[in-house]
Write a protein that binds this ligand. Structure first.
Ligand code: NAD
Length: 478
């Protein structure tokens, strides 16, 4: 018996949760449930996180949570409960299988069967944002080696376990050579440990276009957080219905399972919602807790029910569907099909689908890190980069010299183009004279000089080399 936390959520949440639990319990799921309240009521009671501290205790004790969709009230500083939960509990891996169910669910892609594995904790979703000048705001994109290793290894282990043939990596490392470059590099390193699985890398833009056009070319796709957020919805949508997909959020200790759709408030309380998305989430949960035979039975019964043409309103189609049913009747039909397998759709076998045991990340030995310069960001409302260079040169010291100025990344000094549009946010790069070693004191002196010259410095970024290799990007056009 496994104790799990359930959250019935808002809108159609309670109905689809009841239907899902009824089905999996009828199939013999050995689970005991403990309910917590999350979502709209909690938000509106004045708790901007949407969850009470007591509920966290229950989630952390049971470690497994099955969560129905919640309604996030519009405006008013309410925090997304999903993002908070993923990060608090370290749920680094978001797994979303996207499979078409042709001809029972209309789709332009009848043979699509892919799984998106999205990094779930870092990237631009660290949410570290600042306004720096009148004209410029910034969001920090953080990519870490542990983050990359964990998600890429998860993708390969998942592929191996599920007998999938290929893992594809999507990044934009032709532009973001440090951040996406690290993700790609770790992908190449780890891929070598799985010689039986094909691996490939696509630049995200053309990769996404290919996925939307020819999804059958892909099997497992792994990617950083933001790309994964967008593309996992695209992938689910082109199977024919976002309403049919579930997702798993997996961490080293805890895991959360859910439908990918929202709380559909307009459909609530009418016994019409399709419980399939949450049911798919619950099947991933049963696999995760080792109840694979029950998961397999439920999945095959669900496929058979769709094949029988017993459909809720959202996928009902004259000519293909046989019977339009409500939430409860759909659950009853799946229960009646327990023990049956589909004949046209492919029956599943989950013999080896229990949760993946990944090695814990081990920190690597530190590299030799040398300070080799500094970028000083300056708020200046002039327009002529040569004029700024003359001002900035006044703060140079004997060890640090102005090397370049960029505006939004593009080099504007020396030898900029007058056509380049400039904002009030300037990066001034200082480098030491060839052969001279510098320390942080040199940077402090530079900033003191700037203060004396009335130059508005807004931040600095130190330039380092790691093991002798420069570890920062060049200016565009440099
Ligand atoms: P939605 O997914 O709730 O609804 C989109 C459309 O799909 C609607 O027409 C809806 O009726 C239909 N639909 C969705 N699920 C269905 C189902 N199971 N059966 C039948 N029809 C279904 O998206 P939305 O309208 O943008 O969002 C509604 C609320 O849900 C918002 O408050 C949003 O913040 C929240 N939301 C929550 C989650 C979550 O908790 N994981 C995810 C997305 C949206």
């Amino acid at each position: 018996m496994t104790k799990i936390t359930i959250a019935k959520g808002d809108g159609i949440g309670p109905e689809i949760m009841d239907a899902t639990l009824e089905i999996i319990l009828a199939a013999g799921a050995k689970i005991e449930t403990e309910e917590i309240e999350v979502g709209e009521k909690v938000y509106l009671s004045g708790n901007t996180s949407g969850i009470a501290p007591k509920a966290w205790d229950i989630i952390r004790k049971n470690k497994i949570i099955l969560k129905a969709p919640i309604t996030t009230p519009q405006g008013g500083g309410y925090k997304s409960l999903n993002v908070t939960t993923r990060k608090f509990l370290g749920l680094y891996s978001n797994v979303r299988p996207c499979m078409s169910l042709h001809p029972f669910v209309s789709t332009k892609h009848p043979v699509m069967d892919l799984v998106i594995i999205r990094e779930n904790e870092e990237d631009l979703y660290a949410g570290i944002e600042h306004q720096q000048t009148d004209e410029v705001v910034q969001c920090l994109k953080l990519i870490s080696r542990p983050g990359c290793e964990k998600i890429v290894r998860y993708a390969f282990e998942y592929a191996r376990q599920q007998n999938r043939k290929k893992v594809t990596c999507f990044t934009k490392d032709n532009i973001m050579k440090q951040t996406d470059g690290l993700f790609h590099q770790v992908f190449d390193e780890i891929a070598k440990e799985y010689p039986e699985i094909e691996n490939e890398h696509w630049i995200i833009d053309i990769g996404a276009a290919k996925m939307a056009d020819t999804p059958e070319a892909f099997d497992v796709i792994v990617m950083p957080n933001l790309y994964g957020d967008v593309l996992s919805d695209v992938a689910a949508q082109i199977t024919g219905s976002v309403g049919l997909a579930g997702s798993a959020n997996i961490g080293e200790e805890c895991a959360m399972f859910e439908a990918i759709h929202g709380s559909a408030p307009r459909r609530a309380g009418q016994n019409i919602a399709n419980p399939s998305g949450l049911l798919q989430g619950s099947i991933m949960m049963l696999n995760h807790i080792g109840q694979t035979a029950i998961a397999e039975n439920v999945q095959n019964a669900w496929l058979k029910t769709l094949e029988d043409g017993i459909h809720t309103y959202d996928i009902f189609k004259e000519g293909i569907s046989k019977q339009k049913v409500g939430t409860k009747e759909f659950a009853k039909a799946v229960i009646a099909n327990l023990g049956n397998k589909p004949t046209l759709l492919k029956a599943v076998s989950y013999a080896n689908s229990s949760h993946l045991n990944l090695p814990k990340y081990k920190r690597k030995p530190s590299a030799n890190k040398d300070l080799v310069g500094v970028d000083v960001f300056v708020h200046w409302s002039g327009t002529n980069p040569d004029e700024l260079a003359n001002k900035i040169k006044r703060i140079e010291s004997e060890s640090l010299h102005l090397n370049m100025i960029t505006n939004r990344g593009i080099k504007v000094w020396p030898n900029g183009f007058k056509e380049t549009f400039c904002t009030d946010h300037w990066r001034c790069r200082f480098k030491p004279v060839e052969g001279v070693e510098i320390s942080k004191k040199a940077i402090i002196r530079l900033l003191e000089n700037a203060l004396n010259e009335n130059i508005d410095t807004i931040k600095t970024e130190n330039l380092y080399s790691f093991d002798g290799k420069p570890a920062y990007s060049l200016g565009q056009g440099q």
